[in-house]
Structure formats: structure tokens, C-alpha cells
Design a protein around this ligand. Structure first.
Ligand SMILES: [Mn+2]
Length: 370
């Protein structure tokens, strides 16, 4: 781990890039990029020096919520395209919730064919270090999940009072985000819980031999939680096995979409608050897969699912939890703006972004008040 701020800043300058630039491309979505750069830096071109200068302001910035984009969908695999989430969700946030936008660290530099360094041989790592850092013996990682964990570990070491708001990307990215958060909070002596919104359990042990992917990331963070029952899932409905299988196999807690509909979101939230208080939980991390929402609100995602939560149900649960517990970390995952499986036409990608931005704005505000 970097011991000094200047070494850590050097790492950020190498491993990250300006906000919205995480997808390696020149022309695609150029207008969106220009629009975001104008809003953040006041100009559309040559923002790199301005972004580097902005890193110097992080230690003295009073805001606690720090945005980090991870434009990787290599851990997905049904319908990809969540790599565009960080650019599109930011532009929607800046337009629709300008006062909620917070300090922006930038995007992880993503080689789109890589997932985690442990899957690579040393020759490939050297070649990729050469491509990213212009040297083949760098200490920096090359795959998005590895870079994210390293950057977050350093972040929590330097800024224990701040939190990361991660924008994905496919849901595998929540593995390094939550792992780093949970390690940091454990070291601080804080008891935490993961509040996980999703249509799916993400509790496979592995998928086709890959243990860190969108369908398996939850399984591998359980060891970092105070207890597995501190993983609480909301909105589950697309699963080959029933709720009792997941709860008895892993010891986690689930509130399926049909239960939230029949009991009411407020009643479910009260039950969860009672559980968290009994377990003496101090702080919450919220991981939001946009497919937790019904497909009519979230069609621009890799696996849209009918029968899901309404945005109001999700917001009710978040607001009630936030009345009792600080939210000190969060992420918004799986928004894939160029994919749209609905038959209603182009407006639904806008709907997905609008609902994702509304929830993100709430989470950023909550983190800044923590
Ligand atoms: Mn998920």
C-alpha cells in the first residue's frame, strides 16, 4: 500500500483517468463526453491537466462522498454494455441532480478484455503494464477489479472519514468495492452490513469456472462481513432456487420482490431495521443493481426482469434505513444505456438513467451527511 499521499496521488494519476473517460474509445459517445467535461471542467478538450490538478484538492475537500467510475463489463456476460454506465449516469446526475453531484475521483483505466490479475500470466501482465503505464515492471495492477481494490484500499487508508460511491460497470465490480470497504471498516472497529438490491442473488460460487463475476461476487465477500446475515438482499425474483435454499446455505437474509409487494416496503424496512439494531450494526453499504427495479423502469440493463420493485419501494426502504443508520459506501451497477430490451422505443434508456440517477442522488446525499 502507498505510504504517503504523494505516492498515492501518483497511483491515482496512473491508474485512473478523467471522469467518463474509462471506456477506451475516441469517437463513440463523443458528445456525451464533451457535455460532461464542459460541466465538470468548463471545457470539452484537454481536461487531463485539470483533472490531475483536481486530485490535489481531495484532502481538503469537505465532501465525504467520492465518485469513482469503473467502466468494465467483462464480469457480465448475458447482454453487455454496462461499461457505458459511468459516463451516462454522471451526465444524467449533473443535469438532473446538480446539487447532489460530489467530488469526482475519475474512472479506472480499463483494458476491456481483462477482469482480475489473478487470471493472467506474468507475460500478459507485463504487456498490459507497458500499454497502461509505459513500463513493464510497474507495481500497478492492470485488470479493473484488481486496480479498483488497490485504489480503494489506499483511499480508505488516507481518508477513513470519506466513502466511495462506485459507478459500474457490471456487478462483479462490487466485489473489490465492498471488500475494500469491509476491510477498512473492520479495521476501524465498525460493524457494517451490505444492503443489496437485485433481481438475482449473485450467490453462485463460480460461473463457468470464474469465481469473480456478476453472478458470484456476493459469495466471496461474506467472509469479510461480521456475519453472513449482514448481507441483506431486496428485490430477488429470478432464481433457480427458493429463498430458504439461499438463506440456509449461506446464512444471508433475503426479501423477495413479491414479499415487498405484499407486505409493503415500509413494513419490510422496519423488520430490517430491527434486525440491524439487534445485530448492533453501525454503518451501511448499499449496492444497487438497477435490475432490482421492474423492467418497465429499468430496461437498459444486461438482464431486465419483470415483476420487480418500483422506484418508490426502493426509495422507501433506503429512506427508512437511512433514518436509523449512516450510509458510508454505495454503488450503482449494471446500467447499460445502449442496450434496451423494451418494445417501447428509445425513451426507456432515458427512464433507466432517470431512475438510476434519482437513487444515486439520494445515496450521494446520504453519504455526504454521514
Ligand atoms: Mn447483480
Amino acid at each position: 500500500m502507498s505510504s504517503t499521499w504523494s505516492a498515492y496521488k501518483e497511483k491515482l494519476a496512473n491508474c485512473l483517468c478523467p471522469p467518463g473517460d474509462g471506456v477506451f474509445t475516441v469517437n463513440t459517445a463523443k458528445e456525451r463526453k464533451s457535455q460532461l467535461r464542459e460541466k465538470l471542467f468548463g471545457q470539452a478538450d484537454d481536461v487531463e491537466p485539470l483533472w490531475l490538478a483536481s486530485l490535489d484538492t481531495l484532502p481538503n475537500d469537505p465532501r465525504k462522498a467520492v465518485i469513482l467510475g469503473i467502466s468494465s463489463d467483462c464480469g457480465g456476460g448475458i447482454l453487455r454494455g454496462a461499461n457505458w454506465g459511468p459516463l451516462f449516469l454522471r451526465t444524467t446526475l449533473v443535469e438532473q441532480h446538480p446539487s447532489s453531484f460530489s467530488y469526482d475521483l475519475g474512472d479506472v483505466r480499463v483494458i476491456p478484455h481483462l477482469l482480475h490479475d489473478k487470471y493472467l500470466n506474468s507475460e500478459t501482465i507485463s504487456r498490459c503494464q507497458n500499454a497502461l503505464y509505459k513500463r513493464n515492471d510497474s507495481e500497478y495492477h492492470v485488470s479493473p477489479l484488481s486496480i479498483t481494490e488497490d485504489v480503494c484500499d489506499g483511499f480508505y487508508a488516507h481518508f477513513p472519514q470519506k466513502g466511495i460511491f462506485g459507478i459500474g460497470g457490471d456487478h462483479s465490480i462490487s466485489y473489490p468495492l465492498t471488500k475494500s470497504y469491509l476491510k477498512a471498516k473492520r479495521n476501524q472497529g465498525k460493524r457494517t452490513a451490505i444492503i443489496h438490491f437485485d433481481a438475482h442473488t449473485d450467490l453462485l460460487v463460480e460461473r463457468l469456472g470464474i469465481d469473480l463475476c456478476f453472478g458470484s461476487w456476493c459469495t466471496h465477500i461474506l467472509e469479510f462481513l461480521p456475519s453472513p446475515r449482514h448481507l441483506i438482499q431486496f428485490g430477488i425474483r429470478s432464481s433457480g432456487k427458493d429463498k430458504s435454499h439461499w438463506e440456509s446455505t449461506f446464512g444471508i437474509k433475503q426479501h423477495w420482490a413479491h414479499e415487498i409487494r405484499s407486505k409493503g416496503a415500509a413494513v419490510i424496512a422496519d423488520e430490517v431495521i430491527a434486525q440491524l439494531k439487534a445485530d448492533k450494526v453501525d454503518e451501511l453499504y448499499v449496492s444497487f443493481d438497477i435490475d432490482a427495479l421492474d423492467a418497465q423502469f429499468a430496461s437498459a440493463t444486461g438482464t431486465p426482469e419483470a415483476g420487480g420493485m418500483t422506484p418508490e419501494e426502493a426509495m422507501t426502504i433506503l429512506q427508512k434505513l437511512h433514518m436509523h443508520f449512516p450510509i458510508t459506501g454505495a454503488d450503482m451497477m449494471e446500467i447499460a444505456p445502449f442496450t434496451d430490451s423494451s418494445l417501447e422505443g428509445r425513451s426507456s434508456s432515458e427512464t433507466t438513467l432517470r431512475e438510476g440517477a434519482k437513487l444515486s442522488a439520494f445515496l450521494l446525499d446520504a453519504m455526504n451527511k454521514a
